[in-house]
Write a protein that binds this ligand. Structure first.
Ligand code: HEM
Ligand code: HEM
Length: 184
C-alpha cells in the first residue's frame, strides 16, 4: 500500500528498475547513431538494445496495468493544491505511457522491418516479410517518443530536486524509501 508517508516496496522497486532501464536504454539508443553499421560493435549494441528493451516492455506493461488498477500514489507534499496534484498525475501518466510506447515502437520497427527478434540469443520472432507501414510508424513513434522521454525525464528530475531543495518536503525521500516524519 502506498500512503502519504511511505511507498510500498513494489512501487519503489518498479520505479527504480524501470527508471534505470529507461535512462540506460535512451543513452544506448542515441549511442547507436554513432556506431558504424555493419561492424561487430554495431551488432552487439543493437542486440543488447533490443534484448533489454523487450524485457523492459514486460515489466513496464505489468506496471502500467497495475497502476491503472490501483491508481497513482497519493502526494507526499500535503500542501499540494488540487491543480498541482493533477499536473503531477498527468506527468506521471505520460512517463508511464512512454515506458510502454518506446519498446512497442522499437519492436514494430524491428519486426515490421523483417529483422525478426532475438532476445539474449534466444530467437523469439523469425526473420520474415517486411511490413513497411508497421516499420515506418514504429520508427517515427520511437524517435518522437525518445525526444518526449528526454523532456519529461528532465522536468521530472527537476521537479524531484525542487521538492527536496526548495520546498523541503518528503517527496524525494519517500521515493528513496527513507522513512518520513509522521509516517509508519
Ligand atoms: C534520477 C531519476 C529519477 C528521480 C530522482 C525520480 C524521482 C521520482 C519521485 C521523487 C517520484 C515521486 C513523485 C510523487 O511523490 O508524486 C517519482 C515518481 C514517478 N516516477 Fe520518477 N524519478 C526518476 C526517474 C524516472 C524515470 C526515468 C521514469 C520513467 C521513464 C520515472 C517515472 C515515474 C513515475 C511513473 C512516477 C509515479 C509513481 C509511480 O508510478 O511509481 N521516473 N519519481
Ligand atoms: C525500452 C525502451 C527503449 C528505449 C528507451 C529506446 C530508445 C531508443 C533511442 C533513444 C533510439 C535513438 C533514436 C532513434 O533512432 O529513434 C533508439 C533507436 C532504436 N531502437 Fe530503441 N529503445 C527502446 C526499446 C527498443 C526495442 C524493444 C527495440 C526493438 C526490439 C528497439 C529498436 C531500436 C532500433 C532498431 C533503433 C534504431 C537504431 C539505428 O538505426 O540507429 N528499441 N532507441
Amino acid at each position: 500500500m502506498d500512503t502519504t508517508h511511505r511507498l510500498s516496496r513494489l512501487t519503489l522497486m518498479l520505479h527504480w528498475l524501470v527508471a534505470t532501464a529507461m535512462i540506460a536504454m535512451t543513452i544506448l539508443g542515441f549511442w547507436l547513431w554513432f556506431v558504424e553499421s555493419g561492424t561487430p560493435e554495431r551488432r552487439l549494441t543493437m542486440d543488447l538494445h533490443k534484448s533489454i528493451g523487450t524485457l523492459v516492455l514486460v515489466v513496464a506493461f505489468a506496471r502500467v496495468v497495475w497502476r491503472l488498477r490501483v491508481g497513482l500514489p497519493p502526494a507526499a507534499d500535503m500542501s499540494a493544491s488540487a491543480r498541482q496534484v493533477r499536473l503531477a498525475h498527468a506527468a506521471h501518466m505520460a512517463l508511464l505511457a512512454v515506458t510502454v510506447a518506446m519498446p512497442v515502437s522499437g519492436l514494430m520497427r524491428s519486426i515490421g522491418g523483417g529483422y525478426g527478434l532475438v532476445v539474449f540469443g534466444v530467437p523469439v520472432v523469425e526473420k520474415g516479410p517486411k511490413y513497411e507501414l508497421v516499420a515506418d510508424i514504429g520508427a517515427v513513434v520511437h524517435q518522437a517518443a525518445a525526444y518526449l522521454l528526454v523532456v519529461l525525464v528532465v522536468l521530472h528530475v527537476a521537479a524531484a530536486i525542487k521538492h527536496h531543495v526548495v520546498d523541503r518536503d518528503s517527496t524525494l525521500d519517500r521515493m528513496l524509501g527513507r522513512s518520513v516524519a509522521g509516517g509508519a
